[in-house]
Design a protein. Structure first.
Length: 444
């Protein structure tokens, strides 16, 4: 049944969130009350109390950061057996090594989720990259035979995939951290669309509507993956289980091929290899992966740094030169009880009404580094990439979507296209000011 009061409060919250973002990061990070406006009553560092048209909304708290469980599911104990029911049990599934008897492959990239998402803890990032390839035909992108993702491993030598001649568009993609992604999933479409609408026209990001696999045809604004190709963590888990580990499940029951050739002769486990049940309709492991990812805290700031004046000045300069137009400092999740993903996911108290500081808008932009691979969005989106989230930046040693930048300075230098004005503004800073911006980035 439609609840007008809940719907109205949700829309008011989204509108108020957009107002906060439009007022800028100085307000989003302020410890001082903000002057009254019709949209915004008061904002503090730890809690926000928003009143619009006289309607009092729930307080907004900062999302918890660091290692461990954010409270989305019970913590449980290290002795818990593998299941989606507790944090420890779901983590065991996330960390578990798959083998051929489980359905691994026949073509795959990794044997466990944690192989690509491990640093500095399970759910983090890594130095692991994947390969994508394709070509242009009459002005349109065509996937490599067997799909643009080229799996680097196989359970039999005859199945090893390689980029075939004629596929002159090739790309590397660095594994993304999934820390804090439960909060990102809980951000409303309206909030992301409001961020895009508030950006300068020449820097405006593309919000792509993607299908939620478990949502019976429903679409949401994409936010996960370098092309924002998924909006739900369960969809993301299903995709990764098949395309990275080669394990089929109810929502993706068909095996990949090897460069377009059948792998049936070596596929000894019946599909879908991850079976549905009444309790877990999309497969037990898929539900465990999803619960684990939703339960991860957001990345913490760098413990080795303190909030020095140089870092404070660096953030102000970061905003001044235009970096925060795309690297959005803060946003707020939907209220607890909100139904998302076609009604298959209810925002919990642990995830709802939380302010996160991802320093990303989760939109697609053309900054001159696009890899040419088409997955979602407009035709131009093949040369766009999702804005890299900068939270947890101090835990990474490789930067940009391809991991080819080994210093922050080089990563900044590679910004072209929609980010060119910000890069030029950075180079117009004094060396002392540039050092402050870098100090701020290293504090994230």
């Amino acid at each position: 049944m439609f609840n007008f009061k809940t719907h109205s409060r949700t829309m008011l919250l989204c509108s108020a969130t957009a107002t906060i973002l439009a007022l800028g990061p100085a307000i989003a990070n302020s410890a001082e009350p903000v002057p009254n406006t019709p949209q915004l009553h008061q904002l503090t560092y730890s809690k926000v109390y928003i009143s619009m048209l006289g309607t009092e909304l729930l307080p907004i708290d900062d999302a918890p950061t660091g290692q461990g469980n954010n409270g989305h599911i019970p913590l449980g104990s290290p002795e818990d057996e593998e299941s989606p029911l507790t944090f420890y049990a779901a983590k065991k599934v996330f960390d578990a090594v798959e083998d051929v008897a489980d359905g691994l492959g026949p073509v795959y990239n990794a044997q466990a989720c944690r192989e690509c998402h491990q640093s500095p803890m399970s759910g983090g990032s890594s130095q692991v990259t994947v390969v994508r390839a394709g070509r242009m035909n009459n002005g349109k992108f065509v996937d490599h035979a067997g799909g643009s993702l080229i799996q680097d491993r196989a359970i039999h030598y005859s199945l090893q995939e390689q980029v075939q001649d004629g596929n002159d568009i090739t790309a590397l993609r660095l594994s993304l951290s999934i820390l804090g992604d439960g909060f990102v999933e809980a951000v409303s479409d309206d909030t992301l669309l409001a961020i895009a609408a508030a950006q300068p026209a020449d820097m405006r990001g593309e919000a792509v509507m993607v299908e939620v696999l478990e949502g019976s045809g429903i679409k949401r604004v994409g936010r996960f993956g370098w092309k924002s190709q998924h909006a739900s963590l369960l969809s993301f888990a299903v995709d990764a289980y098949l395309n990275e580990m080669g394990i089929t499940s109810p929502l993706m029951p068909d095996e990949n091929t090897s460069n377009g050739k059948s792998v049936a002769a070596y596929d000894t486990v019946a599909d879908p290899e991850e079976e549905a049940s009444a309790q877990y309709p999309f497969g037990r492991d898929v539900h465990a992966f999803t619960n684990f990812m939703r339960s991860l805290k957001a990345p913490a700031r760098n413990d080795a740094t303190t909030q020095t004046q140089a870092i404070i000045d660096g953030q102000a300069l970061f905003t001044q030169i235009g970096c925060s137009n795309c690297h959005t400092p803060a946003m707020v999740t939907s209220p607890p009880g909100t139904l998302l993903n076609g009604g298959t996911f209810t925002v919990t108290e642990a995830l709802g009404n939380k302010r996160i500081r991802p320093f990303s808008d989760f939109l697609l932009h053309d900054i001159g580094t696009g890899d040419g691979i088409y997955q979602t969005g407009s035709a131009e989106a093949r040369n766009k990439m999702r804005t890299a989230a900068l939270w947890g930046l101090h835990t990474r040693a490789r930067f940009m979507h391809d991991g080819l930048s080994l210093t922050l300075g080089n990563a900044i230098q590679r910004h072209q296209g929609q980010a060119l004005s910000a890069r030029k503004a950075f180079h117009q800073l004094t060396s002392d000011q540039q050092a402050k911006v870098l100090a701020f980035l290293r504090s994230l």
